[in-house]
Design a protein around this ligand. Sequence first.
Ligand code: FPP
Ligand code: MG
Ligand code: MG
Length: 358
Amino acid sequence: NAETSSLKQSSEYVNNDLKNMHKEINSLFTTSKPELKEISEYYFDGSGKSIRPLIICSMARALNVHHHLSLNPNEPIEYNKVLLDSQKKIALIAEMIHVASLIHDDIVDASNLRRGKPSVNSKWGSHKAVLAGDYILAISSKCLAQLGNTRVVETLSTVLEDLVKGELMQFGTKENENERFEHYSVKTYRKTASLIANSCKAVAILLVEKNGESTKLSAKNEELVQQAFECGKNIGIAFQLIDDVLDFTSHSDKLGKPGAGADLRLGLATAPVLFAASKYPELNAMIMRRFANDGDVLKAFNFVIKSDGIKETRFLAKKYCENACTILNKLKPTTSSNNANAAQATPSDVRRYPHDAP
Ligand code: FPP
Ligand code: MG
Ligand code: MG
């Protein structure tokens, strides 16, 4: 039907947006140090899912079409020109921040498998891994500054702050069982959802602010920025909840990283465990000692499996997805009649959206 073909067409545009993403990222690593270049490029090889760039480009396109239709309801849309160069840069920057944080995370977690291959720390050692992560972050910061929009710089800098705070929060839990879920939720936002939420916010800011001019946003525009943020936040939390489920239900050969209880082995009590603890209170003491006693990991794993923890976590993730859909449904739809004017997108066709013209 029309909706399905419109959806298919939209996903083709986003696929095109992302076609050369890794090449473009790798071209930013202009260092003359061959090993630093090799490590920096290591994960930008198509081995990742690129889920963040996909969400960010999709969000940017949805916002741009909505904005265009709000301003010029009768003017046809050239879909191949909808995505702004600056918005696409946000997708690249977000992927770079993500990869830098994974390189550091694998050092913290002493993990030797990532994206189906040896992790950077296991291949080159932790010292070089720290520095390569820093380098990728430095290049992403330069790229961000080049967009020339202070609010966007601040928005994505907040992500870096959140990532560090979220990672640190993971080392602690709350004595009080009622506070534990709140602690986990804040941690989940900071560690995972903040990057997606703030990147969605950044593409919205780039749409409604003209080329970084610090204009005071109109109420409608500011609402759109907040909607983008909230939608990204809900998607991000749902994503992490399912990631936490997969740690119980999937194996490393499928995940491309350690699975089947890896979080428990790191001492982490994620949503499935917290839900399971209401049925099996024996889990509370294990949570507090971070599953450190002999046999704790296996016992906790089995409690989770025989509880409703997995089911409840999936249910919660679905709720967050529904919240995201509710927000998205407030945007004007990309209808098939709008799509009738669409030309096939080619990567070189990614140009400025008319309202962002200098
Ligand atoms: C993966 O989590 C890790 C993160 C999403 C963030 C890690 C953040 C830091 C190490 C702070 C430093 C930040 C920067 C920007 C350099 P996980 O260990 O739960 O997931 P995994 O199973 O993929 O390893
Ligand atoms: Mg970790
Ligand atoms: Mg990890």
